[in-house]
Design a protein around this ligand. Structure first.
Ligand SMILES: Cc1cc2nc3c(=O)[nH]c(=O)nc-3n(C[C@H](O)[C@H](O)[C@H](O)COP(=O)(O)O)c2cc1C
Length: 238
């Protein structure tokens, strides 16, 4: 039986990224394993280059066995939340450590892969970055899905009155730079401005709706279809 490995770089329990990665995995119909990086110790690459002639990272953490799982997998699905317009730190550290598998041999070559990215206001760049990483690792990319998650701010507790929420920070940036960030459109239907609100001196909002990828049928369907396409590819490999 072929093996599929799903890796989520979200630290949140049962997160949107987890859901997309697991949905893809379940549609593959192969032996499957789901790994949450935040439950492991996988630190960033130290650039010591001791892996260059062995293709084995010398750092003593969970990448020791996780790298073997990556090597054993026929299909690899990597998912990340967007944090500060980038992949999560967990994802970034894991991706850096994949470097050990590259030198001369490109040990990840020939695997089938897919990516899943979730952000409150997801842009294509993190998804493009992850695609680029996987293609560079010699992985045949079958699909990529981008989901819409909840805002980091406003759902945190004091966020509705926080002067430094992403909304108020954005408003300050707009005021100071004259740039238009288009936040009204992103937040429309999700955030209600309360009557006593003044974005700069007395922030006062109500979050109306948190978001789960489960409520996005097109996104979920795309994840299922990616899983099926990976399954079909694996079958052709015999
Ligand atoms: C510290 C932090 C920073 C974030 N930065 C961004 C961001 O730059 N862009 C964005 O679209 N969403 C951002 N978000 C929102 C998350 O991407 C969103 O909540 C997503 O659902 C997280 O995925 P998860 O549910 O799989 O953890 C941020 C969230 C946190 C906690």
């Amino acid at each position: 039986m072929k093996k599929a490995l799903g890796i989520s770089g979200s630290p949140v329990k049962d997160s949107n990224t987890d859901i997309l990665v697991e949905t893809i995995l379940e549609a593959i119909s192969a032996d499957q394993e789901f790994i949450k990086l935040s439950n492991l110790e996988v630190g960033p690459c130290r650039a010591c280059k001791k892996c260059v002639y062995t293709n084995q990272c010398v750092l003593d953490d969970d990448f020791k066995w996780l790298s073997q799982m990556v090597l054993d997998a026929d299909a690899l699905v990597i998912g990340t939340p967007i944090m500060y317009a980038s992949a999560s730190g967990f994802t970034k550290a894991f991706v850096e450590r994949l470097w050990s598998l590259r030198h001369v041999k490109l040990l990840t070559q020939g695997k089938i892969g897919a990516t899943a990215v979730v952000g409150w206001a997801p842009t294509e760049d993190v998804s493009e970055w992850l695609k680029f990483i996987m293609i560079g690792a010699g992985i045949e990319l079958v699909g990529n899905v981008v989901g819409h998650g909840s805002p980091g701010c406003f759902t945190c507790g004091p966020g509705e009155t926080c002067s430094y929420s992403v909304w108020n920070s954005g408003k300050k940036i707009e005021k100071m730079s004259g740039l238009k960030l288009g936040m009204e459109k992103i937040y429309q239907g999700h955030l209600e401005e309360l009557p006593d609100n003044d974005p700069l001196t007395n922030p006062s909002y109500k979050i109306l709706k948190c978001i789960s990828v489960k409520d996005q049928p097109e996104t979920m369907e795309k994840a299922v279809n990616i899983g099926k396409a990976i399954g079909a590819k694996l079958e052709t490999l015999g």
